[in-house]
Design a protein around this ligand. Structure first.
Ligand code: FES
Ligand code: FES
Length: 181
């Protein structure tokens, strides 16, 4: 039976609609102080939206299943795993990625965040793949008041895995930065 051209075709609930999945929606994301509107499907993760739609590749895709912490960003000052967070659920909240830690220095350059400076000073990375997540997590760890001792830093940074095992230097950098953050 051929469809009548004057009758709109309804596809919701049909096999075609199920196969196609949900339609993209306009989503407003505020990232590092800048508002963006993107069209994404409701199932898109915050990590995918940041990396693929906004081209902010700082947050890394390590495991994509909540096990490594490489994708850590802050949402309204709270650390979240961007791979396990729906982008659409972050509308109206302030998202901070590693790209948002440094600040303009007023002379067309950038002033690194104290945590970034201490990571460099303490050689707190090797390959650097985990570093964006470590940095965001470290800043949040200090802001949360969870960096008063080495044991506490170890506990509250335990969600960020470093395959190069730079843990000693990461903790030294956090200790050095905690008075400056
Ligand atoms: Fe998100 Fe590993 S990529 S926890
Ligand atoms: Fe290589 Fe952490 S510096 S994984």
């Amino acid at each position: 039976m051929s469809a009548r051209p004057d009758v709109p075709v309804r596809t919701e609930g049909t096999a075609e609609a199920v196969e196609r999945g949900p339609l993209p929606e306009k989503v407003r994301l505020r990232v590092n102080g800048t508002e963006h509107v993107i069209e994404i499907e409701p199932r898109v993760s915050l990590l995918q939206a940041l990396r693929d739609d906004l081209h902010l590749s700082g947050a890394k895709r390590g495991c994509d299943q909540g096990a490594c912490g490489a994708c850590t960003v802050m949402v309204d000052g709270r650390r979240v795993l961007a791979c396990l967070t729906l982008a659409i659920a972050c509308e109206g909240q302030e998202i901070t990625t590693v790209e948002g830690l440094a600040e303009p220095d007023g002379r067309a350059g950038w002033r690194l965040h104290p945590m970034q400076e201490e990571f460099i000073a303490h050689d707190a990375f090797q390959c650097g793949y985990c570093t964006p997540g470590q940095l965001v997590s470290a800043v949040a760890c200090v802001q949360e008041g969870h960096a008063s001792s080495d044991a506490e830093i170890k506990e509250w940074m335990s969600g960020n895995i470093c395959r190069c095992a730079a843990y000693l230097n990461i903790r030294a950098a956090i200790r050095a930065a905690r008075e400056r953050v």
